[in-house]
Design a protein around this ligand. Structure first.
Ligand code: IFM
Length: 460
């Protein structure tokens, strides 16, 4: 590995990311209200193995040990999200003091340890009470969300500088309101377009609110981004299909934010979003973020598929292409993050890019009390190397966060795909730092960590 942390320069933020529902557990403790994920995970055949996040990593009770572990691993930035229904059990109205106290404990302990807290306001766990009123399909969500943002900034904004408004709006609206495979399990184009437009309005409104309440905050929001290529590189129809999928997956949320509008030219069906637009919405969709969070894991190969509704395109999964892949069936292709960074950098309005998620799920080998995760280690090294390559070419990237600190609840896939730098034994809640975690810790100390033939990490 031919680089060190110093090569990225001072001020480059190195961190790990998590999300409330995936790690906290304590699903009904101390006055927390149910979220759509509490409800959805209990529905039959929705989650692999019938898993749910009732206990997850029990971070709610073990946060101090977990933060101490982050500290011991030399990780100086911790990105986590606030469970909306833990602090506002009904989504709006009465505040749950015990929920506020919990996040105050987390923030204060981070600061005591010298760890910078980065907060995502919304990482997919809408209060169930609000879903009963239509959730993201109801335009009232802008008012509910503003109430939540106000509550978070007034309670935590004195100590937290970095805020991200939404996590991957394309995923929670697409999987949750179009495909029905994530909470709240709604399907269809109308619910998707309504949810998407309201989420896009909330991402800008959330940014405005944070700045108006705490002018010195650094405000961003995060987007999923997969580098898209045509399956048959010279086939006109595959190329055209790739452009449509790119508009849907990669441009739908970032472009209206920057005043470019929805990418309707490339994907005509998106014109139907106009049904949900009110006067002056184009303006309200815009906000000048301090940074943009890029979340990249893979590239997608797209082929023309005339029978597919709306886009007439399909993604050819990694397993069908016989390429190296993760347990999520995502191709391992490190240059994808380099391309993603270049693409974001080409938007004039982006001031700074932070890779707020990158990582991989593999089968880890446990032996002699160690967790040998050579594939994850390689994945991280290769992707970080690509980030450096882009940075050296002048790309405005100023942070990298591994997804994720520890194995956790991976949504519809339950606890099967393990993404963590730290292994979690869910029966005992024992944490074991994996070889990738040991490598990351040493890298962050600015030493060079190597791996020998037996899979042991050693340092130079
Ligand atoms: O676990 C998720 C996370 O919640 C959002 N981004 C992708 C991760 C891996 O699927």
């Amino acid at each position: 590995m031919g680089f060190t942390k110093d090569d990225f320069g001072e001020g480059f933020a190195w961190g790990v990311s998590t999300a409330a529902y995936q790690v906290e557990g304590a699903h009904n403790a101390d006055g927390k209200g149910p979220s759509i994920w509490d409800t959805f995970a209990k529905r039959k055949r929705k989650i692999m193995g019938g898993h749910h996040g009732d206990t997850a990593c029990d971070f709610y009770n073990r946060y101090a040990d977990d933060l101490a572990l982050i500290y011991e691993m030399n990780i100086s930035n911790y990105r986590f999200s606030i469970s909306w229904s833990r602090i506002l059990p009904h989504g709006i109205g009465a505040v749950n003091k015990k929920g506020i106290d919990f996040y105050n404990r987390v923030i204060d302990f981070c600061l005591e340890l010298g760890i910078e807290p980065w907060i995502t306001l919304y990482h997919w766990d809408l209060p169930e009470a609000l879903q009963q009123k239509g959730g993201w399909t109801n335009r009232e969500v802008i008012h509910w969300f503003s109430y939540f943002v106000d509550c978070c900034i007034k309670n935590f904004g004195d100590r937290v500088k970095y805020w991200m408004v939404l996590n991957e709006p394309m995923v929670f609206t697409g999987a949750g309101y179009f495909l029905g495979v994530h909470a709240p399990g709604k399907k269809g184009l109308s619910s998707f377009l309504a949810a998407a437009h309201h989420a896009a309005l909330c991402q800008a409104e959330g940014g405005r609110m944070i700045k108006s309440l705490r002018n010195h905050s650094k405000v961003g929001t995060t987007f999923s981004y997969s580098h898209i290529e045509p399956f048959r590189s010279t086939n006109e129809k595959d190329i055209a299909a790739g452009i449509k999928v790119d508009a849907l997956l990669n441009r739908l949320f970032i472009e209206p934010l920057m005043g470019l509008g929805y990418p309707t030219k490339e994907l005509k069906i998106l014109e139907r979003i106009e049904r949900y637009m009110h006067p002056h919405d184009e303006k309200k969709l815009q906000f000048d973020m301090d940074f943009v969070g890029l979340q990249n894991y893979t590239r997608e190969m797209v082929a023309y598929a005339p029978l597919m509704p709306f886009v007439k395109a399909k993604i050819i999964k990694a397993s069908q292409r016989n390429v190296t892949r993760t347990l999520m069936d995502w191709e391992v292709h490190p240059p994808c993050i380099y391309h993603a960074l270049h693409r974001y950098n080409s938007y004039d309005k982006i001031k700074e890019i932070v890779v707020t998620e990158n990582g991989a799920a593999f089968h880890d080998i446990q032996e002699n009390g160690m967790v040998n995760d050579a594939e994850r280690l390689q994945y991280l090294q290769d992707h970080i190397a690509q980030v450096l390559l882009a940075k050296r070419e002048g790309i405005k990237v100023n942070g990298y966060f591994v997804w994720t600190l520890m194995d956790n609840f991976e949504w519809a896939e339950g606890y099967y795909p393990r993404f963590g730098l730290v292994h979690v034994d869910f029966a005992t809640q024992k944490r074991t730092v994996k070889n990738s975690g040991k490598w990351y810790s040493e890298f962050l100390k600015n030493t060079t960590a190597m791996i020998n033939e037996e899979g042991r990490v050693f340092y130079k």
